[in-house]
Ligand binder design. Structure first.
Ligand code: GLU
Length: 400
């Protein structure tokens, strides 16, 4: 449509949201659908957080707030960074937005000029490249392979950097692979960044608390303090506290960048929901014990899904360190035909046929930049996961 902008033509709608919407539509039509598409915890938001939100409503905390966050939340965020990451920030270095998405987007809009490049390791979360495009920049994809558990190598990072590079977007544990970088692996990457003083790092730490076995989370500004002045550390309450719908994300970094991000927010959406901000204060300052409890369930589900998917013909599923995703390869299924008669030419065809023939919704790998694979979100009940994986096994066994 001629009326729409050229920028819009450069981007596509979010595929993770598209799959989730499609699964919901089929369910509404009465189809037996198991949704493994959406990346959101199935747990309810903890009671103390809900109570804090109710109290905020009753106390009339329902008006505009400071554009980029109430002082109480900024203070709680500073305390969180100190407690969990050993990072010192003052409230002026903190911004709060409507989900991690808005925070990442603000940072890109605040910094990118036409032609500026942003290095994005693949597999990547679906929205990074399109956000860069919307902000007028150029995504530069740095491939990470299955051999390195889909983790970016220093060599691949070095090769992706040019004089136009403005940012590296770093994400550990990763959406979609669940891969988590160890301290040494991250240090090898920050060493590369030290040699390129014009490159900043945007670290998306959304899955920080969702780690299993004895994996220890770390973040760039913590691993390499010399990068503190060119790092934006992004996080949020959505995943760790089962608060996806409340839409609170936050970031900390250099004051000038934080101010610029606030300026954009002041002209676009103003403050994130006041009640959600008070709920987030309670999430960060209140008891943290349910995180470990939830993680026990997530780890059990991860192990279940990895085992069942590896038992499916043509599927190879690595064991990830964190998040609530697995990212199996389906190289062994490509070129075959499903029972329903679909040629599995690529991972999109696999995901479409899987949904149509078995009712299991997953997100195809091409959406995340690495094929042929698919992403499973295992943030759903053990029973649903068992049934879904059994259907995937059946579907794969039926490929000819
Ligand atoms: N981050 C989640 C996912 O990857 C939520 C959907 C989205 O915002 O992409 O599924």
């Amino acid at each position: 449509m001629a009326f729409l902008s050229d920028t819009l033509a450069r981007v596509k709608p979010s595929p993770t949201i598209a799959v989730t919407t499609k699964a919901a539509e089929l369910k509404a039509e009465g189809r037996d659908v198991i949704g493994l598409g959406a990346g959101e915890p199935d747990f309810d938001t903890p009671q103390n957080i809900k109570d804090a939100a109710k109290a905020a409503i009753d106390a009339g905390k329902t008006k505009y707030t400071a554009v980029d966050g109430i002082p109480e939340l900024k203070k709680a965020i500073c305390a969180k960074f100190r407690r969990d990451n050993g990072l010192d920030y003052v409230p002026a270095q903190v911004t709060v937005g409507t989900g991690g998405k808005q925070v990442l987007y603000n940072a890109l809009v605040a910094t990118l000029n036409a032609g500026d490049e942003v290095v994005i390791p693949a597999p990547y979360w679906v929205s990074y490249p399109d956000m860069v495009l919307l902000a007028g920049g150029e995504p530069v994809i740095a491939e990470a392979s299955a051999e390195t558990s889909y983790k970016l190598t220093p060599k691949a990072l070095e090769a992706a950097i040019t004089p136009r590079t403005k940012w590296l977007i770093f994400n550990s544990p990763s959406n979609p692979t669940g891969a988590g970088y160890t301290w040494d692996e991250l240090k090898a990457l920050t060493d590369v960044l030290l040699r390129h003083s014009h490159v900043w790092v945007m670290s998306d730490d959304m899955y920080e608390h969702l780690v299993y076995d004895d994996f220890r989370f770390c973040t760039p500004a913590q691993v390499e303090p010399a990068l503190y002045d060119r790092t934006l550390t992004v996080n949020g309450v959505s995943k760790a506290y089962a608060m996806t719908g409340w839409r609170i994300g936050y970031a900390a970094g250099p004051v000038e960048l934080i101010r610029a991000m606030g300026k954009i927010q002041s002209q676009s959406t103003s403050n994130p929901c006041s009640v959600s901000q008070w709920a987030a204060v309670e999430a960060l300052n209140g008891p943290q014990d349910y995180i470990a409890e939830n993680n026990r369930a997530f780890q059990r589900r991860r192990d279940l899904v990895v085992e069942m998917l590896n038992a499916a013909e043509g599927v190879v599923c690595p064991v990830p360190e964190g998040a609530f995703y697995v990212y199996p390869s389906i190289a062994g299924c490509i070129g075959k035909t499903s029972k329903g008669g679909t040629l599995i030419a690529n991972d999109e065809a696999f995901a479409t046929a899987l949904l149509e023939e078995t009712g299991v919704a997953v997100v195809f790998g091409a959406a995340f930049g690495t094929s042929p694979c698919f992403r499973v979100s295992y943030a759903t009940s053990d029973a649903a996961l068992k049934e879904a994986c059994a259907r995937i096994q059946d579907f794969c066994a039926g490929l000819r």
